[in-house]
Design a protein around this ligand. Structure first.
Ligand code: FAD
Length: 279
């Protein structure tokens, strides 16, 4: 069982719990992106098992009226085994989802997988227009060129600051510099796209920038935040008419995900402890 302190960030161990979680938040107008926890598999058997689990989850979502979709990680579905296996699995999941009118996101991981991930995004989005979305990280110095490359691809783009500790030769390390790149990338996307812009951030300044640019350019956009982080803001934005998606992980590999959230921001533990103690 997941202890209450971690339950704040993880929707449960089973798909059924994750779907219950989605239903609760949907009632407040917050849509749900579900991610089965799992990454860096070097055994194809593990990757296969998660592909099958995502197909089951897609069936589950399609059998409900939930506003929910899935987000997969490249290293969960085979990129550490081979790029071909990743591509094959990703296509299989997207084809399956598409037949059931469901949407698939792909997270972005370490910079040495960026090329392969973007290649697959481009190819799959051309075959399944507006049925997929790809995360892109503003902390990478290459990102502006990547955005120019994919700006006309018929898929959503989730722009994030970037969570991976990359080499200073290829990535901005200074927070102010990352924020500057992020701001500029958000502006670029609003200026160059009519739809499919997703802001994956808890940063109030960046969310305000997105709402302002949304009004200015008329671009269809959405805000995405993680489960357990600024949930009041998620509900408030949804109540104001902004399209808000919460990214909620679930599954039995919750412990390492929980520690990542804690390391990222120590206040997270205090919040969770207070919630458990009811103060
Ligand atoms: P930060 O720069 O961390 O903080 C800026 C401000 O936001 C803070 O000053 C505070 O006001 C507010 N804030 C931030 N965190 C909290 C908190 N816990 N509680 C209260 N206020 C807070 N990264 C990847 O590399 N690949 C991915 O595929 C990926 N997918 C993501 C999907 C989603 C939906 C989200 C939200 C993030 C994803 N990320 C991903 C992580 C992302 O790259 C950042 O590391 C992470 O979002 C932290 O940056 P930030 O913009 O939220 O705010």
């Amino acid at each position: 069982m997941i202890p209450p302190i971690a339950r704040r960030f993880v929707a449960g161990e089973s798909a059924a719990e994750a779907l219950d979680h989605a239903r609760t938040y949907n009632e407040d107008g917050v849509r749900m992106i579900l991610n089965l926890l799992g990454e860096h598999y070097d055994d194809p058997v593990d990757a296969r098992a998660d592909v099958d689990a995502y197909k089951d989850l897609i069936d589950d979502i399609a059998g409900t009226d939930l506003d929910a979709c899935v987000s997969v990680k490249p290293s969960q579905i085979g990129i550490d085994v081979s790029e071909d296996l990743f591509q094959e699995h990703y296509r299989e999941i997207v084809a399956y989802a598409h037949e059931r009118d469901q949407f698939v996101w792909c997270d972005m991981e370490d910079a040495d997988t960026t090329d392969a991930t973007l290649d697959v995004f481009e190819a799959v989005a051309e075959d399944y227009p507006w049925a997929v979305g790809q995360c892109i990280q503003s902390n990478l110095k290459r990102t502006r060129e990547d955005l120019k490359r994919v700006v006309d691809v018929p898929g959503k783009i989730r722009i994030v600051k970037g969570a991976y500790d990359e080499d200073p030769e290829i990535a901005y390390k200074n927070k102010a510099r990352v924020d500057e790149a992020y701001r500029a990338d958000i502006e670029f996307l609003f200026e160059h796209r009519e739809r499919g812009v997703a802001i994956g951030s808890h940063d109030p300044e960046m969310v305000s920038l997105a709402t302002r640019l949304g009004d200015e350019f008329g671009t269809d956009y959405e805000v995405q935040m993680l489960m357990g982080v600024r949930e009041d803001a998620q509900r408030d934005l949804a109540a104001q008419g902004v399209e808000v998606w919460q990214y909620a992980p679930y599954g039995d590999k919750w412990l390492s995900y929980f520690w990542r959230r804690v390391r990222e921001r120590k206040e997270n533990v205090l919040f969770a402890v207070r919630a458990v103690l009811g103060r």
